[in-house]
Design a protein around this ligand. Structure first.
Ligand SMILES: [Zn+2]
Length: 395
């Protein structure tokens, strides 16, 4: 399928490289075409940039190309419009690939990259998972009803990649296994059939994940998860794996207090560089399936904020309970805001908050009374004077 030359390079200092090559023009969660186009202009003169198609609303879809080597990798981000962390990391990679770093020259002759940084520009603009027709593009690979999904499949067939990187964000609800470590990065080598069998195509994806995970463990020990591998033919990763191309799902997740995902962005960048470096040096051949299966599975156990031992008034009697709030990302007058809503009430056994408060029996009160309600905004007091605004303690 592909051949490797073995030319060992000095170990890369990934944290340093990130500081050096981070694309400072892009930040935060609301990343859309108007943010990336001025940055793409910079690469136009090097003939790296091409418009390859249009979204439902006629917005351009761009492709970035690098290298003339035989090992071909197709990457795309933001097929879910509101999942921008990997787009930021891809632009950090572009800056690295534009540098004089010794790796870059070698990579140029080894790899060819086709990278689509925002596959769903309408969803990016609207800050929605779906495209402008309200279709989830990652469930559209049987129907192929949307121009964005058809475009990706066309690029796939014409480019004939050896690897695909399917790049996403995941919610804050996941831990890496049965732990209280957030799944800051999760991976999956998708299944190609119902039985979740492993063939050489899927095995290559697993081995690549093992390489990235072993680097990530040095930076975020215990914070890497493995996504559920139930087969779904509607999903792009499962489809491409079935078509015989090793495909890796990337999920950028939560890092403590990093709701803008500027920290997680770094770990995606490190995943990209360490994975490519391992492919370059053919370091993945000895990786084995057990090391992949030993990556703990994503486990849903987090709320953004949990309040414990809260006194509430229910049916005219006082009782002690726990409740939780979750941030929703809401686009209000063009600004993305994180609004906390009450999302669960009960013993919450087995659940944790990224932030936790112990009310020690203090009475819950809001404008309506002393009973928290699901989907209400999390503005309330505990006891006489402890005030919470947007879910958090107001000092
Ligand atoms: Zn996604």
């Amino acid at each position: 399928m592909f051949t490797f030359v073995s030319l060992k390079l000095p170990l890369m200092n990934y944290e340093l490289l990130f500081e050096q090559y981070k694309e400072s023009q892009l930040k935060g969660r609301y990343v859309r075409l108007e943010n990336i186009v001025p940055v793409l202009e910079r690469y136009k003169e090097k003939n790296r940039i091409e418009v390859i198609g249009q979204s439902v609303l006629g917005q351009p879809i761009y492709k970035y190309a690098f290298g003339n080597g035989s090992l071909k990798i197709l990457m795309w981000s933001q097929m879910h419009g509101n999942e921008s962390t990997t787009t930021k990391a891809l632009f950090d990679l572009f800056r690295f690939l534009d540098s004089e770093d010794p790796e870059v020259e070698l990579w140029r002759n080894k790899f060819t990259f086709y990278i689509i940084p925002i596959l769903n520009p309408d969803g990016a603009q609207l800050y929605t998972r779906e495209n402008a027709n309200k279709i989830d593009l990652n469930r559209d690979f049987v129907n192929l009803s949307q121009p964005e999904s058809r475009l990706l499949l066309e690029v796939f067939h014409s480019f004939k990649p050896d690897f695909c990187y399917n790049m996403h964000d995941q919610r804050t609800i996941f831990a890496a296994g049965k732990t209280t470590n957030p799944a800051t990065v999760s991976f999956l080598a998708p299944s190609f059939d119902e039985s979740r069998a492993v063939n050489d195509v899927r095995l290559q994806a697993m081995k690549l994940i093992v390489a990235m995970n072993s680097e990530l463990q040095k930076h975020i020990p215990g914070q890497v998860g493995r996504f559920d591998d139930g087969f779904n033919r509607n999903c792009v990763g499962d489809t491409f794996q079935q078509l015989g191309v090793s495909t890796v799902l990337f999920e950028a997740g939560h890092f403590k207090n990093d709701y803008l995902r500027e920290e997680t962005r770094k770990y995606i960048f490190i995943s990209l560089l360490s994975g490519l470096s391992a492919l370059y040096e053919n370091d993945i051949v000895d990786n084995n399936i057990e090391d992949y299966l030993n990556i703990p599975q994503n486990n849903i156990c987090f709320y953004d904020i949990v309040y414990r031992n809260v006194r509430i008034n229910y049916d005219n009697s006082d009782l002690i309970t726990n409740f939780a709030s979750q941030f929703r990302e809401e686009l209000i007058e063009g600004q993305l805001v994180f609004n906390a809503y009450i999302s669960s009430i009960g013993d919450l056994e087995g659940y944790f908050g990224h932030v936790e408060y112990d009310a020690k029996g203090a009475l819950y009160q809001d404008e309506m009374g002393s009973l928290p309600k699901i989907d209400e905004k999390a503005n309330f007091t505990l006891g006489k004077s402890i005030k919470f605004v947007n879910g958090l303690l107001k000092n």
